[in-house]
Design a protein around this ligand. Structure first.
Ligand SMILES: C[S@@+](CC[C@H](N)C(=O)[O-])C[C@H]1O[C@@H](n2cnc3c(N)ncnc32)[C@H](O)[C@@H]1O
Length: 232
């Protein structure tokens, strides 16, 4: 499975109709809690927020809930299928005014420099074809002092808990994926993308190299998810 733009787009287009169900089932509803933790980092109610790789808009919705009438969220993704789902969801929830959805690529954002107070991203960094370029783009579109708030699955460690987590990723997640989406290969890719991703220390280093001057990391319960807060 070679990670190309076409492969990633196609994968998310295919699983988009059941993506939310898969997330909820495979995390035992914890994904909502993790997104809420990320959204609590927002302190400005009139903030301009960009959600990169917004998918079906779940993280964008959590952030939008923190804003007043002057705040705005823009969600960008390159999968037509995921964006269609997000659009339907926003319409159903009456949130179309609050969240603007655009098709676009994380590595080449179509915004001017320094326009957003926050750039957010949920569970997507390990899918980027060019991670460093994606992070540099986040820095570019942020205002000085703006925050990148990123949720990502931690790479399993080599300890006993890591072994359990590896078994869960390789054994249980593909089964849940197959039962919810009727396909196996996307979940084999997703698991390999977690195992092949960076440790929190390495990812913090990549954030600094991209141009963030202050980077913090916290593991969210039960420990498998990292919440990164990086300041421009
Ligand atoms: C695992 S989903 C996460 C969706 C959402 N952020 C969430 O929290 O559920 C990853 C998303 O990233 C998108 N994506 C991956 N690489 C991308 C890229 N280079 N540019 C734009 N979107 C990308 C995919 O289409 C998919 O919707």
């Amino acid at each position: 499975m070679k990670k190309t733009e076409g492969f990633i787009k196609d994968l998310f287009d295919r699983i988009s109709p059941r993506y939310d169900l898969f997330n909820t089932a495979s995390t035992f509803f914890l994904d909502r809690y993790w997104r809420k933790c990320a959204s609590r980092t927002v302190e400005k109610e009139d903030a301009k927020i960009l959600d990169v790789c917004t998918g079906t808009g779940e993280l964008a919705l959590q952030f939008a809930a923190r804003l007043n009438g002057k705040g705005q969220v823009v969600g960008v993704d390159f999968s037509k299928g995921m964006l269609e789902l997000a659009r339907k969801k926003l319409k159903r929830l009456g949130k179309e005014e609050k969240i603007l959805l655009l098709m676009g690529q994380a590595e080449h954002l179509s915004f001017q420099e320094g326009v957003f107070d926050y750039v957010t991203s949920g569970f997507s960094m390990r899918n980027l074809i060019d991670l460093d370029q994606g992070l540099r783009e986040m820095v570019r579109v942020l205002k000085s002092g703006g925050h990148a708030v990123i949720l990502e699955i931690n790479r399993p460690s080599n300890h006993v808990s890591g072994l359990f987590y590896r078994c869960y990723l390789k054994g249980v997640v593909p089964i849940i994926g197959f039962l919810t989406c009727g396909r196996l290969y996307p979940f084999l890719y997703l698991n390999n993308s977690v195992i092949g991703f960076q440790t929190p220390a390495e990812f913090c280093g990549r954030l600094r190299s991209a141009g963030f001057r202050q980077v913090s990391f916290r593991a969210l319960p039960p420990g498998a998810i990292g919440l990164y807060d990086a300041v421009k």
